[in-house]
Design a protein around this ligand. Structure first.
Ligand SMILES: NC(=O)c1ccc[n+]([C@@H]2O[C@H](COP(=O)([O-])OP(=O)(O)OC[C@H]3O[C@@H](n4cnc5c(N)ncnc54)[C@H](O)[C@@H]3O)[C@@H](O)[C@H]2O)c1
Length: 249
């Protein structure tokens, strides 16, 4: 079923995990997708080839662009390139994220700066560079992938929690600044989702996992469905949607 009108969605960190599940749902919904990630071109093209099988609308396409979202100038150049090479820009999913965990007493300045640069500044960079295109098209749908760590804090994740809380403030400010231009901006706060990022934390040895009321960790598809919902709605803006199996109630 085609849910999206003609246009391109940018998904950062779209080669694996939650980002890859979002790419698949967007392609299945009829959108073209520009994936921004850090992998080598050869490795990425293998994955992109598999994603192309999900495309449902004639003329839509999936392309890969290698870029570090924390680099202001590089992300500006890549958005300009996507705008030139693909259908008009309609959606942006800021999903790229990293962890560099440690207690505050042992966390280095570098660990703190790296996480803020990718998770928070990367989203700012992408929103700033895409917003002119959205304004020109009088249409834009933005989803930022935050975390329950940003809402409740998490010992050992001062950098990560601060970056994800920052995304909440960024989301609400973008929602307010651009609402009159038919540009919406929302955030998703996933709980414990099984991906490469969490592969070293088994559900058994994670104390949080045993407290999930729905009794299981989430899957990338659980988050993709929430992103699909927020991206296809035109009357929801500035919300933070927890998708955490009830963990944060
Ligand atoms: N997995 C979880 O439990 C969980 C929970 C809450 C929030 N999240 C958030 O969801 C998002 C996706 O998480 P995931 O578990 O799929 O992670 P993942 O590590 O499996 O995938 C992240 C992707 O982002 C890419 N990436 C990293 N730094 C980048 C950069 N500077 N520029 C471009 N791409 C970059 C990686 O190459 C990778 O493909 C992240 O923002 C993460 O913080 C995850």
């Amino acid at each position: 079923m085609i849910r999206y009108e003609e246009g391109t969605a940018i998904v950062t960190g779209g080669l694996r995990g939650i980002g890859a599940a979002i790419v698949r749902l967007l392609a299945a919904g009829g959108s073209s997708v520009a994936i921004i990630d850090m992998a080598e071109e050869d490795k990425a093209q293998e994955t992109v080839k598999q994603f192309r099988a999900e495309l449902t609308r004639p003329g839509s396409e999936i392309r890969y662009y290698r870029c570090d979202v924390s680099d202001f100038e590089a992300s500006k150049a890549v958005v300009a390139q996507i705008s030139k090479e693909m259908e008009k820009l309609t959606m942006l999913v800021n999903n790229a994220g990293i962890t560099r965990d440690g207690l505050i007493l042992t966390m280095s300045e570098q660990q703190f700066d790296d996480v803020i640069s990718v998770n928070l500044k990367g989203a700012f960079n992408m929103i700033k560079h895409c917003s002119r295109q959205f304004m020109k098209n009088k249409f834009g749908r933005i989803v930022n992938i935050s975390s329950v760590s940003g809402l409740s804090g998490n010992a050992g994740q001062a950098n990560y929690s601060a970056s994800k809380a920052g995304l909440v403030g960024l989301t609400k400010t973008v929602a307010r600044e651009f609402a009159s231009k038919n540009i919406t901006c929302n955030a998703i706060a996933p709980g414990f989702i099984q991906t490469d990022m969490t592969k070293d934390i088994s559900a058994e040895n994670n104390p949080l996992a045993s407290q999930i009321p729905l009794g299981r960790p989430g899957t990338p598809d659980d988050i993709a469905k929430a992103a699909d919902f927020l991206l296809s709605s035109g009357y929801i803006t500035g919300v933070v949607l927890r998708v955490d199996g009830g963990l944060g109630m």
